[in-house]
Design a protein around this ligand. Sequence first.
Ligand code: URP
Ligand code: ZN
Ligand code: ZN
Ligand code: ZN
Length: 471
Amino acid sequence: MADFDLLIRGGTCVTAADTFSSDIAIKDGVIVATGKDLGSADKEIDASGLLVMPGGIDSHVHLAQPSAPGTPQMVDGFETGTRSAIAGGTTTVIPFAQQPRGAGLRETVEDYHSRARGQAYCDYGFHLIITDPTAQVLGQELPALVADGYTSFKVFMTYDDMVLNDRELLEVFDCAKDCKALVMVHAEGYDAIRYMTEKLEREGKTAPYYHGVSRPQIVEREAAHRAISHAQLLDVPIMIVHVSGREAMEQIRWAQQKGIKIYGETCTQYIALTQDDMKGFNMDDSGSKYVCSPPPRDHDSWDAIWEGIRGGVFQTFSSDHCPFFYEGPQGKMTGKAKTSFRWVPNGLPGVENRMQIFYSEGVGKGRITLNEFVALTSTNHAKMYGLYPKKGSIAPGFDADIILWDPNREETITQAGMHHAADYTPYEGHKVKGWPVMTLVRGKVACEEGKITGSVGDGQFLKRDYSAFVD
Ligand code: URP
Ligand code: ZN
Ligand code: ZN
Ligand code: ZN
């Protein structure tokens, strides 16, 4: 009888803290030992020449989230979304359970469980999107749900069907403080966006490109500052998500320098796409492929985002995977979207490309260290969202969610190579160096050389516990 189920031998292990050459012994899906000459195993994987890192944790993805009836629906559910995740080296995702206004949160969560159960290739949790913070939601449902492992909420400062006013934001922040949960804030100013949208429409500026014009960095900066002020007022930590550029980054940095507990997240599109992508070919419909919120900005913003990453302003790097078809009757430009950018569904697919692009642009170009890469793609997500010390590192006791990464492999991202259900990737043609060659989910090889070897249903729901992290 062998000592272990699996040994990963000869690789260079990378954690958020260290880089070291070590074998990894796995039993029952958990890392049980690291070091050399560990013993015998039923199966061995040769990792020589490869980096061995904790599987990615993508704490910002949208899967199986319904859009308004009669409008294009999100195309990845848990099966295709987590398939795409593992192909890109991500082994845990935290999508959202969105409360429809008027609905209870408990029923919302049960609904999302039924969408996910038995459908996932990798482990998952849920953030709760609060659209209707009633006394019942704040007083009873949220405290009970946090205790049940839903330790983070998202609130929106824009979007007709989700926006909260300042009083409601304050109520949710205070509730999160009491129950020790982390609030993620979508910071864009609702009134300013509506005003700009109507003005652009009156001027006949309705192409997808004007989506970006309707919500420039100023509206993101204003909302970020307002959210920060509310958080400071109540002394509650918040996370400003999908920060797109210099203006909001500087607000977060300013707050952090003053000792206000503000965290920041940024995403692939803000280091790899620009507002000009939304022009398409000569302002045609294809610009809609890049429509998301906040919109991609410009090269100065890319620089600012890297400044924030290197300076510790951002703790997490996510994809904000939110996929829609481009072509066909469910496509981004169907129905009213032809009449104005206002109706183009917001969101891009990207869970599969997050680590590839971040590695290539970050580690590959000398902007961040390998250890920072692991922190920003895995460890910090685990810590902030209540998954540590189960996920997010390579050490005895952690789940054997592990990726083997070839730092020298050069690839070009193409839709043909993708594992999502969307019919395009916004990163088509992007060249990267560094690539995940094998993904293990709790000790099982889930993807090898782009071929899915895991089974749908391998992924389990993660009950999270954030209380240990809150100071
Ligand atoms: O455009 C985006 N980001 N769509 C997803 C929803 C959100 O705000 O994160
Ligand atoms: Zn958002
Ligand atoms: Zn590009
Ligand atoms: Zn999102």
